[in-house]
Design a protein around this ligand. Structure first.
Ligand code: GDP
Length: 433
């Protein structure tokens, strides 16, 4: 028996329509107490919208009630949704009414947690829901969608099933050692483990791109004072974000701006001029700038064609010849731009996207959750060890390791996830989802 939980499922604020959701055993009876259907002898057929008056504490709103019968609902339990007008007081009043009838206010992500516990979706799919809701870019929305529709879960379950086959072959050997089972050719087993490990590693490798998609690609703009860094940031963002000044050393704190290129979020940071010998405040700025530049995925070095980029660059370097409206580009540079006329800016954005993410990023699959990457990496490491030691290990020990790898993968789908992991996942949800 699951108690009835209730929450406003739409965002807190005003809007045309809002949804209040109830889930759990007996929620239909509860809903009937607070709903007067316009239809006589209302049958509350599942998945049908019924118009009528919804009671709130001290008022009624005209809207709809929909009943979803277990197990064919989001949570897998009986669910009722009230679609009312989207006002803060309206939602609050209807929720209070449900609570007064015995429902409990849902915790963060509790509807989806119930869906997971009732086997409606995997843990990875639940994380996909959060990624979709929180997506700040098209790429992250698509990544969340892939998780939600089970693409990763399917791949992981495929790998787990291959491991199960290997384990079955080994178990047969342990159980019937006297029967010489041809199937247990150690070399074949080793090859199989090796191929499963490669599949796991290939999946894990998708995190290098996925991480940038999740956190945004960091692009640092660096170069000598007055090179035109702030102007370039402004020109790229299309609005005045940084202070532009003739006086060298005016940009002290890194100034940031965000932009989507090909559906991926990029965070641009304009750094203080990397020069020695300024005042104390400026030197703090320079230190910070060096940190930003060294941790950036891409460094745009604004050059006059003669100077060299700072040594602290660790990511991809693009040499940008600035102010090309003033001087003919010359010397060592990749792209010439003018923040004044806009020349070269489109080409620069394309170049940034190509060095940071490669071509056709939205078509590729990637891992965006660090938790999934950790589990894949752990499984791949164990399988690597197993493949290397297969010939020397006893069947029992090999089986223990293979089960560990299987179990690491199970953390992604949720099968072997501890309560702590599960709670941490649903902590990231909002109330009402
Ligand atoms: P920062 O110190 O590197 O951030 O440089 P700023 O962006 O503050 O620019 C320094 C000076 O160069 C300002 O007077 C800008 O107006 C000028 N400037 C920047 N970019 C361009 C450009 O593309 N063309 C021209 N003609 N002037 C520019």
């Amino acid at each position: 028996m699951n108690d009835v939980i209730a929450a406003v499922s739409t965002a807190n604020g005003t809007g045309g329509v809002a949804v209040i959701r109830l889930s759990g055993d007996g929620c239909l009876d509860m809903a009937k107490e607070m709903f007067s259907p316009s239809e006589k002898n209302c049958a509350y057929e599942p998945n049908r919208m019924y118009p009528g008056f919804i009671s709130g504490e001290g008022f009624k709103d005209y809207g709809f009630a929909v009943y979803f019968k277990s197990p064919r609902s989001y949570t897998g339990e009986d669910v009722v949704e009230f679609h009312c007008h989207g006002g803060v007081q309206i939602c609050r009043g209807i929720l209070l009414k449900a609570l007064s009838l015995g429902a409990r206010a849902a915790e963060k992500g509790e509807f989806t947690k119930r869906a997971f516990l009732n086997g409606k979706l995997s843990l990875a799919a639940a994380e996909g829901v959060v990624d979709m809701i929180n997506a700040e870019s098209l790429a992250l929305l698509r990544a969340g969608g892939m998780l939600y529709t089970g693409e990763l879960t399917e791949k992981v379950r495929g790998i787990q099933s291959e491991l199960t086959d290997v384990l079955a072959a080994i178990a047969a050997e342990i159980d019937y050692p006297e029967e010489d089972i041809d199937g247990l050719d150690m070399e074949k087993i080793r090859e199989k483990i090796s191929s499963v490990r490669n599949e796991t590693q290939t999946l894990a490798a998708g995190y290098s791109r996925g991480k940038k998609i999740k956190n945004g690609v960091l692009v640092a703009i660096c170069g000598k004072p007055n090179a035109g860094k702030s102007s370039l940031l402004n020109a790229l963002l299309g609005y005045e974000k940084a202070i532009v000044s003739d006086e060298a050393g005016t940009t002290r704190d890194p100034v940031e701006g965000e932009l989507q290129i090909d559906g991926v979020k990029y965070v641009f940071i304009d750094t203080a001029g990397l020069r020695e010998g300024g005042g104390k405040v400026e030197s703090i700025g320079i230190e910070r700038a060096k940190n930003v530049v060294s941790s950036a995925d891409v460094a745009l070095f604004i050059t006059d064609g003669n100077d060299e980029p700072p040594e602290c660059i660790n990511g991809e370097l693009i040499r940008v010849f600035g102010k090309c409206d003033e001087a003919e580009p010359h010397g060592n540079y990749d792209i010439a731009v003018s923040s004044e006329t806009g020349e070269g800016l489109g080409e620069l954005l394309k170049r940034i996207s190509s060095v940071a993410m490669g071509e056709g990023v939205l078509e590729k699959s990637f891992i965006v959750e660090e938790r999934h990457y950790d589990a894949l990496k752990r499984a791949a490491d164990i399988l690597g060890e197993c493949a290397g030691n297969a010939a020397h290990l006893t069947c029992d020990l090999l089986a223990v390791d293979l089960r560990d790898a299987w179990s690491a993968l199970g953390e992604i789908t949720g099968e072997t996830a501890s309560e702590e992991i599960i709670n941490a996942v649903f902590e990231k949800f909002c109330v009402g989802k």
